[in-house]
Design a protein. Sequence first.
Length: 276
Amino acid sequence: MTAVNLKKILNDANKNNYAVAGLVVLGWDDALAFTQAADETGIPIILQAGPSCRAHTPIPILGKMFRYLASQTKTNICCHVDHGYTLDECYEGIDSGFTSVMFDGSKLTLKENIKISKKIASRAHKYNISIEGEIGFVGYDNGKISEGTNIEDAVTFANKSNIDAMAISVGNTHLQTSKKASIDFNKINLIEAKTKIPLVLHGSSGIPVEQRKKLARKTKVAKLNIGTEIRMTFGEALRKNLKNNPKTYDRLQLLKPKIKDLTKVTKKIIKQIGPN
C-alpha cells in the first residue's frame, strides 16, 4: 500500500479504539523488521526517524527508504520525522517524502510553540502531510526530569496551533529499560474532554502492558512511541550472536538473524495495542 499521513492513521485508531505504535528506526534492519511485523499482522505502524537516526543517515535517504518499505506492505504505514527541533528539520522532512513530521517545541514558551507549529502546519497541510506537536516536557530516565503537561496550555495549544496530534507528558519518560511508569489517566481524561485531536505518548517502553492496553482501548491516546524496548531486544540478540560466532566478521551475517528477533518482538507489541 502507499504511505498514509499521521492524521489518517490516528483518526482510524481513535474511531476503532486502538493505538498505533510509533516505532523508532535506527537503520535498514529495524525498519525492515517493523514493516515485516506490520505485514504479517495486518496492523498499521508508524516508522519514525528520530534525531539519532537522522544524525547517522540523511533525511532524504530515510524518506526514500521509508516510502519504499511502505509501498511493499499490505497495511497502512506512516512515515514520520520524530522530534524535529527546527523549522528546517521539519521542512526537509516535508520535502523528502515523509507523510508526517513532529515539531518538538516543548522547551519553548507556549506562544512560541504555537507560532512555529502553526507555520509548519501551514506548509505541511498543503501537501497532505500531518504534524505532531508537543506540550509539556517528557524527561529521560536518569536524566532531565519531566515537566507535566498543563491542562489549559494543552487546550490552548490544540486549538491554536493547527496540529493533527498532540504529545503530552503524563508520567511517561524516555529511555526507561523497565516498565515502571505510572500514567496519570485522570489528566488524560481532562485533556481529551476539552480537545478533539488524537493524543500521543512518547517514552512508552516504560509503560506497563496493562496500562498500554487501557490507553489504547479507553482513551484518545492513539500513538505510543516504542524505542528502548526494541533496542534492548536487538542488543541482547546481537551479543548472543557475537558470542556464538566469534570468527564471523561480516556485519551483514552478524546482523541478519536480528531481523527475525526484532520482527517477533514488534509483532507482540503492536498486537497488544492494535485492533482487536
